[in-house]
Design a binder for this molecule. Structure first.
Ligand code: FES
Length: 206
C-alpha cells in the first residue's frame, strides 16, 4: 500500500540494477530499525538504531555477500549474483484477501510477508479484526498492521479509509532482534522504485 508524503518524496528514487545492488538517489535517509519484544516475548514496536550520514547517492547490497553491508562492495560481480526478480508485480489489492470484522476490515497479501511476526501478538491480527467491536482488539489490530514492515496487512475503517502510519521518505535496515536476523530493507514514505523490489515496502512500485 502507498503512504505518500507528497512532493518531497519525488526526488528520491531506487533503481534495482540487473544482477546488482539497489542504487538509491536523492539523499534518502538510511537508518537501522530494531524490532522490539514485549514482556510476553511478542514482537511489538520499533526502535531506531544507527543513522547513517546522508549521502546523495549510494548502492545497497542485494546479493547478501558484501563485506561492507549494508553497502555494495562489488562482490555481486565476482560471485555472478543472479538477481532475477521473482515477486509478482500485481498491485497490492489484486493480491490481497479481505477479512471483514464489525469495526475494521483487513486486507492480507500473503506474498508480501517478511516474517516480522508483529501480527502474532494477542490473538493475531485476523482474530482481532473479527473482534474489532471490542475497543482493545480494534486498537491492537491497528497497532499490529501499522508495525508490519512488509505492507502485507492493512486495516481499513468502516468508511473504507486505510489506517496507516505517516512515514518520512527513508530506508530502514531491519534488525530482527528476537530471530537474530537482518533484513528486509524497509522502504518508507511513498517514493518509487524503477523496478520491482525483492523486499516489499510501504512505497509504491512501478
Ligand atoms: S549487490 Fe553488490 S556486493 Fe551485494
Amino acid at each position: 500500500m502507498v503512504k505518500s508524503t507528497g512532493q518531497r518524496s519525488k526526488k528520491f528514487k531506487i533503481v534495482i540494477t540487473k544482477d546488482g545492488p539497489y542504487v538509491v538517489s536523492g539523499g534518502v535517509p538510511l537508518s537501522e530499525r530494531f524490532t522490539c519484544v514485549d514482556n510476553d516475548d511478542q514482537c511489538h514496536g520499533w526502535k531506531e538504531g544507527q543513522k547513517f550520514p546522508i549521502q546523495e547517492n549510494y548502492a545497497l547490497c542485494r546479493c547478501g555477500r558484501s563485506s561492507t553491508k549494508p553497502f555494495c562492495d562489488g562482490t555481486h560481480a565476482k560471485i555472478h549474483f543472479n538477481g532475477t526478480e521473482t515477486t509478482s508485480r500485481s498491485p497490492y489489492l489484486n493480491q490481497a484477501e479481505e477479512i471483514t470484522g464489525p469495526d475494521l476490515k483487513l486486507t492480507d497479501a500473503q506474498g508480501f510477508c517478511a516474517s516480522a511476526r508483529f501480527c502474532h501478538r494477542a490473538d493475531g491480527t485476523w482474530t482481532l479484526v473479527e473482534n474489532s467491536d471490542d475497543p482493545e482488539s480494534r486498537k491492537t489490530a491497528i497497532e499490529e498492521a501499522c508495525d508490519c514492515p512488509s505492507g502485507r496487512l492493512v486495516v481499513w475503517d468502516n468508511g473504507g479509509k486505510a489506517i496507516e502510519p505517516e512515514f518520512e521518505p527513508s530506508i530502514g535496515l531491519v534488525k530482527d532482534t528476537q530471530a537474530g536476523k537482518m533484513g528486509p530493507l524497509w522502504v518508507r514514505g511513498g517514493f518509487r522504485s524503477s523496478r520491482l523490489m525483492v523486499t516489499h515496502t510501504r512505497s509504491e512500485i512501478e
